[in-house]
Design a protein around this ligand. Structure first.
Ligand code: ME8
Length: 528
């Protein structure tokens, strides 16, 4: 098992404010990073902004701002959003920063010198919103961009090319030798069938039609294609080719598991061009490119350019950061597409957080107060006929939870924990503590039920911590759990929560009025 863990989000375009889709990816990565730290991995979590390119230059011009002023303003908003979601990124890389642009230029020079980049002529179909050139076959008779479906136009220019074709065999061999490199597998097949098998051409990696980008030192009227510039962020942020390469050696070394999490709109760049670029630089390749699905609206794809976006801020303000984080991580299976709907949002919070988790805690604390003067009884093992099966569920849950995180099937991890929480609520019905309390002879049974419940809440709360960053600790406070006991390693041995004084607290999550809150969210969406 590698001891270091490096996880990245895409660096988002600050061409307009971010929406809940971006918050989705970043929150899932944050949960993974928190989990890894919690498990003792030396973890590095990177996010940032991809600031160059024609689209940003145009948007800035339209607002009468310089591109730098324009991105500065939006990036501030992005950083505030990550603060509001309590994202624990270790760094925030901006591609307009000197520490990044210098590295991009150095990489370009090296590849030019070693013959992997050459000057040629580009003729092709250009899609401005996607900043991509396409071939005749790719745009078809309709001249439509295969990525976004918009009309493309013909363009020709002197340009630098990256010899991608030289590396195709090595790339295919790498795919074969590392069957887990791309997840889900269907994305790999899509890359092979759509882009690689038809023949991968050299990639045009310079532009002259606008100036907001990293200039090529050897020929400054050209700027470096925004995608080459952007991909390099994953190593420039670590200090590659800088005066201080310590982090780069640490987190791009063989002892690190490197994971890029991306949406399926940018798979081609991360699974074809990025590995090839790393090969040309003689650097190791990442362990995994995990492709998550996109969140859609009922009326189709949510996108900044379409203008049908959900702004996460007011949701966080109204429902709290834990609720929004939980919804994002739990609702859509990580790796599949999902739909945002106000009804599902409210129902998910009510069902899982208010009814199941919150209720389990408040019922248990009330009963311990009522029957045992607020002190969690000592755990003694099997007493009632239901104890063993509840503890078996705890064991299974921990295994599923950890497997989920290992494979990045993080939704499964939280489904497993919430199944355990439901199981514990059912255990209350099975054991009927209110009946046991009526019979003095059943005091041992009653004590066992309370001890089991408190311990299940304890274990579940520890597992929920990467997502419910406040509520899980509140639940542990309510059980009187010490800081030391909150370390993950304690959850394997059942019964650690014993003889502690519980405290009543306000409901962790209020029950929401579905109709009223759904209306409220719909209004927010209208105002954006
Ligand atoms: O592509 N649902 O930036 P970008 C879920 N700068 N995730 C979504 C989403 C949605 N509806 N919309 C966007 C870029 N995302 C480049 C990346 S990386 C070297 C350069 C997420 O601002 C998803 O992760 O368009 C997607 O891949 C990413 O935002 C694209 O962000």
């Amino acid at each position: 098992m590698k001891k270091n863990y490096y996880i990245t989000t895409p660096i988002y375009y600050p061409s307009a404010n971010l929406h809940i889709g971006h918050a989705y990816c970043t929150t899932c990565c944050d949960a993974i990073a928190r989990y890894r730290r919690y498990r003792g991995y030396n973890t590095y979590f990177l996010t940032g902004a991809d600031e160059h390119g024609e689209k940003i230059e145009k948007n800035a011009n339209a607002k009468g701002m310089t591109p730098q002023e324009f991105v500065d303003e939006i990036v501030e908003g992005i950083q505030n959003l990550w603060k509001a979601l309590e994202i624990t990124n270790d760094d925030f890389i901006r591609t307009s920063q000197k520490r990044h642009t210098i590295v991009v230029q150095k990489i370009f020079s090296r590849l030019l010198e070693q013959g992997d980049i050459y000057l040629g002529k580009y003729k092709g179909w250009y899609c401005t919103p996607c900043e991509s050139f396409w071939t005749d076959t790719q745009v078809g008779e309709e001249h439509i961009c295969p990525d976004c479906g918009r009309k493309v136009h013909e363009a020709e220019e002197e340009a630098y090319f990256f010899k991608v074709s030289k590396y195709v065999d090595r790339l295919l061999r790498f795919y074969e030798e590392h069957p887990d490199f791309i997840y889900p597998e269907s994305r790999k097949n899509e890359m092979l069938n759509t882009f690689i098998k038809p023949g991968l051409e050299d990639l045009c990696i310079s532009r002259t039609s606008f100036s907001w980008g990293v200039p090529i030192r050897e020929n400054p009227k050209h700027i470096i294609y925004v995608w080459i510039d952007a991909l390099v962020n994953y190593i420039s942020a670590l200090g590659y080719l800088s005066d201080d390469v310590k982090k780069f050696q640490e987190f791009w070394g063989e002892n690190t598991e490197i994971v890029h999490v991306i949406g399926n709109d940018i798979t081609r760049f991360h699974t074809i061009y990025w590995p090839v670029l790393l090969m040309a630089l003689d650097l190791r390749l990442p362990d995994k490119v995990f492709v998550h699905g996109l969140l859609m609206m009922k009326d189709g794809k949510m996108s900044k350019s379409k203008g049908n976006v959900v702004n996460p801020y007011p949701l966080i303000e109204k429902y709290g950061v834990d609720a929004v984080r939980y919804y994002l991580v739990r609702e859509t299976i990580f790796g599949q597409d999902g739909t945002f709907s106000p009804e599902q949002f409210v129902e998910r919070l009510n069902m899982d957080l208010a009814n199941d988790y919150g209720n389990l805690l408040s019922r248990t604390v009330s009963m311990i107060e009522k029957y045992f003067n607020g002190v969690i009884p000592t755990y003694v093992g099997n007493v009632t006929e239901f104890d063993q099966s509840l503890r078996d569920s705890v064991k299974e849950t921990i295994t599923k939870y950890e497997e989920g995180f290992e494979n990045l099937h993080i939704t499964d991890s939280f489904i497993a924990v919430m199944d355990l929480v439901s199981r514990a609520n059912k255990y209350i019905d099975e054991t009927a503590p209110w009946s046991l309390a009526k019979d003095k002879e059943k005091i041992k049974e009653l004590a066992s039920v309370m001890s089991h419940l408190a311990n299940v809440i304890y274990v579940s709360s520890i597992m929920l911590k990467p997502v419910l960053i406040h509520a899980a600790d509140k639940a542990l406070d309510a059980l009187g759990v010490s800081n030391e006991l909150r370390e993950y390693k304690n959850i394997y041995e059942f019964g650690k929560v014993s003889n502690l004084k519980v405290h009543k607290i306000d409901p962790l999550f209020p029950r929401l009025d579905v109709i009223k809150e759904t209306e409220y969210i719909k209004e927010l969406m209208k105002n954006k």
